[in-house]
Design a protein around this ligand. Structure first.
Ligand SMILES: NC(=O)c1ccc[n+]([C@@H]2O[C@H](COP(=O)([O-])OP(=O)(O)OC[C@H]3O[C@@H](n4cnc5c(N)ncnc54)[C@H](O)[C@@H]3O)[C@@H](O)[C@H]2O)c1
Length: 275
């Protein structure tokens, strides 16, 4: 065990981290921080717009920029274009990581989408897209990566859920159901991977300043400020949360200080869950 004064920051030198939804927002922030901590980054994103959600997703240029920024930091990264809804693409992406680096130590399941409507107005397409991306995508990616992570001397999985993973928010029934699923999946995977020394935890962000919130604002015909206000009234600390603050929680979960933390949900939510 390292000195507790430094053990709360991970030393990922020689390790490989796969981050989904890496092209922008929180995923981008996670990639840069993990590279700074010494990890080689496999940055995965779908890099195209889909029928759901109505807002644009990350572009190939944005993903390439993440890779370039990691390289500017003196790190190493590879871009992986894959859709977490597609088992073939996810399996191929993990195979590419194995071929390039021969190992995988950290998986951050971050990719997700968001739409909003009362549950009785949700289309089959909205329901399926949100559940398939936000919940099944986590299972599918982790399933594909499990063998490599089990071989790692210190495998770590962090699933980015939401405060909506442990309580309900009106007009997001599909998102809430999917994120509750992510919390359950986190606990189930923590149990099944414990014998291999792999920890599995979730982070529950509150309202984070990212293109997802801006995209939702567009979809609802609101400004990002209105959307922030609508969500922030719930938080005790009523400022929007920066992606870097979620990254801070991620870094701690990947550190030596957290090596006995597994099956846990860590909220970075301005105190919203205290209500
Ligand atoms: N922004 C918030 O307020 C907030 C709050 C709570 C939880 N979260 C969670 O945080 C995580 C990151 O979200 P963000 O705020 O950075 O949003 P974002 O929209 O900026 O980032 C999501 C990324 O996922 C990618 N993606 C979407 N569908 C994909 C697919 N099928 N395959 C591969 N990649 C795909 C997008 O291209 C994008 O780069 C998500 O899990 C989200 O649910 C966000």
């Amino acid at each position: 065990m390292r000195d507790p004064r430094t053990a709360a920051l991970p030393d990922l030198t020689g390790q490989v981290a796969l981050v989904t939804g890496a092209g922008r927002g929180q995923g981008r922030s996670h990639c840069l921080a993990l590279a700074d901590a010494g990890a080689t980054i496999a940055a995965l994103d779908v890099c195209r717009d889909l029928d759901v959600p109505s807002y644009p997703l990350a572009t190939r240029a944005e993903l390439d920029e993440v890779v370039a920024d990691v390289e500017r930091l003196g790190g190493r990264a590879v871009p992986l274009v894959a859709d977490v809804r597609d088992p073939g693409e996810v399996t191929a992406a993990v195979a590419a990581v194995e071929k390039a680096f021969g190992r995988l130590d950290v998986l951050v399941n971050n990719a997700a989408i968001l739409t909003s409507a009362p549950f009785w107005e949700l289309s089959e397409q909205q329901w399926t897209a949100v559940v398939d991306t936000n919940l099944s995508g986590v299972w599918r990616t982790t399933k594909a990566a499990a063998e490599l992570l089990r071989r790692s001397p210190r495998g770590r999985i962090v699933n980015i859920a939401s405060t909506g993973g442990v309580r309900a928010v009106p007009e997001f029934a599909h998102y809430v159901a999917a994120k509750h699923g992510v919390v359950g999946l986190t606990r189930a995977m923590a149990i099944e991977l414990a014998n291999d020394g792999v920890t599995v935890n979730a982070i529950l962000p509150g309202a984070v300043d990212s293109p997802m919130l801006a995209g939702l604002a567009d979809e609802l015909g609101l400004t990002p400020d209105d959307v922030h206000k609508r969500w922030l009234h719930d938080q005790l600390l009523v400022e929007v949360i920066a992606p870097a603050e979620v990254t801070g929680a991620l870094l701690w979960l990947l550190s030596d200080s957290a090596r006995h933390v597994t099956g846990h949900c860590l909220a970075v939510d301005g105190g919203a869950l205290a209500r």
